[in-house]
Design a protein around this ligand. Sequence first.
Ligand SMILES: Nc1ncnc2c1ncn2[C@@H]1O[C@H](COP(=O)(O)OP(=O)(O)O)[C@@H](O)[C@H]1O
Ligand SMILES: [Mg+2]
Length: 348
Amino acid sequence: MAELITAQSLTKDYRLTRRREGVLGGLADLVKPRKHTLRAVDEVSFCIDQGEMVGYIGANGAGKSTTIKMLTGILTPTSGEVRVGGLVPYRQRQSYTRHIGVVFGQRTQLWWDLAVVESFRLLQRIYEVSEDRYKRQMRVFDELLGLEEFLHQPVRKLSLGQRMRCDLAAALLHEPKVLFLDEPTIGLDVVAKENVRDFLREARDNLGVTVILTTHDLGDIEQLCRRIIIIDHGKVLYDGLLEDLRRGPGHRLRLCLDLAEPASASDLARLTGDLPVIWDHDPAAADTPGHRHCAMFSRAETTAAAILSVVVANHRLRDMVLTEPAIEDVVRRIYREGMAPVPELTGE
Ligand SMILES: Nc1ncnc2c1ncn2[C@@H]1O[C@H](COP(=O)(O)OP(=O)(O)O)[C@@H](O)[C@H]1O
Ligand SMILES: [Mg+2]
């Protein structure tokens, strides 16, 4: 796949004035302002291939929006390089905007007092979209986003979910190669969120558009992105596949065994011997604790299959459930402990 977006040691500093209190403080600020620098994005590097949908995730204030603003040419980096489709966003802004679509969840790109359809017509002119193409695009958007019902309403009268659907359509009207989404599901209710996610899945699979999606809602990521970049205090903590992150600790294999005599956790620990497993009574099962057990393990160290094969060689298995660690837990651990390298899984 061709590389489409490259960021190389991308850095952004904001210069801030630290205000002093009181009238005298105010005067002192006028005469000699106290400046300091905040590094919002710190030597961020990554490459994104054409057609990828990458989740750019981090807590509030981690530097997501600042990165997006540099990628879209709104901000000039303090240092480092960025190229999208061979263009340098902040230098070639005019030609660049024809190739990209941008959605900021916090702020609409549409004209507040105009009917939605008039906003689309304006965008059609700005981007010089032919009438044929415009009609074709609008048909697709209507099918996927159901725009028709509020096309003639002014933007200010739309619900947040409706507005977001319009913003997505507006960002894609000129068929950009790249779509930047900054918190597109922020503040949406469950149904509206689902609509947006369904649409983005369609866009990813059928429109061939490359997407960077920033969010602090990990549900978005789980449903849409295989690859994630996690940032914290402006630095990249992790860049890789979501499924690789899940190979760490936190897996649970719950077993319901057919036993004449209830077994204890230590009985089972003896059985699995050298396997790196911690046994406990299944916390989710209050009844018959001696028959229900939970094996906690890390997929980097062993597999459910290895544990099961030892257990079923000795006991009859009635039922089992395997749960992966929740993505929230995985990301929380990375924030807390930093990223330990995930070892390769061997001997499967
Ligand atoms: N225009 C600005 N001026 C000064 N500081 C800013 C500005 N925009 C963002 N910041 C600061 O930079 C840091 C990163 O912000 P931002 O990129 O908006 O994070 P995120 O989108 O991940 O929440 C934060 O500490 C924020 O307060
Ligand atoms: Mg933000």
